[in-house]
Design a protein around this ligand. Structure first.
Ligand SMILES: O=C(O)CCC(=O)C(=O)O
Length: 321
């Protein structure tokens, strides 16, 4: 069991976050994920090449450089191609997503679930608010029509702010971990210690996603450089952001969320699943193909029946002026 100690759990509740070093074995737990994504990048390269959008599949380049070249030459950040969630608008039958077995195994990683159990208890639901983030260096990232980088630093936010109010009472726990070392230079996370005690702050829609206006922020932020194998646990109200990537390679991370079984996820049109149940093990989802099927079914429903709302905020609110 990789349970957290009492002091660690206490630190989580006091500070609103907890960094656990070397929770994962990089070889056994992280490597299978990065290996799987090599195939995903290969697929993307082949598709873009076949469509005439790139002049080479860049097969000889290492993963990070290959991704950077492909984004640069195609003029587009293909974030959705790698993600194991769907966009919050305009989902189509052919919207790409990657719901492969190594990703599913990461969501069910025993060490991760042991630590999650220490914080939210033994009945654990995998909340579908989850992403892989592959961020190229900002100076090499394609820009949009307004000249802004298509994918840059993460704006300041609380995870409670990105879900629907129906989940405001849900004990949602965020787990963030880098697949490669995350540094201040390449855009690691930044947290505001103890900020989870202030309640939910207003968020404003902006380029790059929802953002808490600067005038609402107080307290000092803390950078969280992390090694491959480390994991960061965050309370749903903990204010966080990321630095920009000023390095020469990509910044690569997973952010996952869990809540006690039975509580609303805040994104009901996306599928979650029971990751661990000590009470009723038979209800656990263990089949990666079934997990993928759930996401493909959700995509079909959203593409054919419409999207609905994903958050509560309006750019017209006076606080966003
Ligand atoms: O990886 C990042 O930059 C931010 C991830 C995250 O947890 C968030 O956006 O809330």
């Amino acid at each position: 069991m990789a349970s957290l100690t009492e002091e660690q759990v206490e630190q989580f509740h006091r500070e609103g976050y907890l960094l656990v070093e070397a929770l994962f074995d990089p070889e056994a737990d992280i490597e299978p994920i990065t290996e799987e994504y090599k195939g995903v990048l290969d697929n993307l390269a082949n598709e873009l090449y076949a469509n005439g959008e790139i002049s080479s599949i860049y097969a000889d380049l290492p993963f990070g450089q290959r991704l950077i070249e492909i984004y640069k030459e195609s003029g587009k950040v293909h974030a959705q191609y790698f993600d194991f969630s769907l966009p919050q608008a305009d989902v189509r039958e052919d919207t790409p997503l990657w719901v492969g077995p190594a990703v599913f195994n990461a969501l069910r990683n025993e060490k991760l679930l042991d630590a999650v159990e220490s914080i939210i208890g033994p009945e654990i639901y995998s909340n579908p608010v989850q992403h892989v983030r592959l961020k190229p260096p900002e100076h090499l990232t394609p820009k949009d029509a307004e000249g802004r980088v298509q994918l840059g630093k993460t704006p300041v936010r609380q995870d409670n702010g990105v879900i629907l109010p129906e989940a405001d009472q849900t004990d949602m726990l965020t787990v963030w971990f880098p697949l490669w070392d995350a540094t201040v230079e390449n855009g690691c996370l930044v947290v505001w210690p103890q900020s989870h005690r202030q309640g939910l702050l207003d968020h404003c829609p902006s380029h790059g996603g929802l953002r808490i206006p600067g005038k609402l922020l107080n307290g000092k932020a803390k950078s969280m450089p992390m090694k491959r194998g480390d994991a960061l646990f965050m309370h749903k109200l903990t204010i966080h952001a990321s630095h920009s990537n000023h390095s020469a390679n990509i910044r690569w991370s997973f952010d996952l969320r869990y809540n006690p079984i039975g509580q609303p996820t805040g994104r009901g049109s996306f599928p979650g699943f029971i990751a661990r149940s000590r009470q009723n093990e038979a209800t656990e989802l263990r089949d990666p193909a079934e997990w993928a099927r759930l996401w493909h079914a959700a995509r079909h429903t959203l593409a054919t029946e419409g999207m609905g709302r994903f958050n509560r905020w309006s750019a017209e609110s006076p606080v966003c002026a």
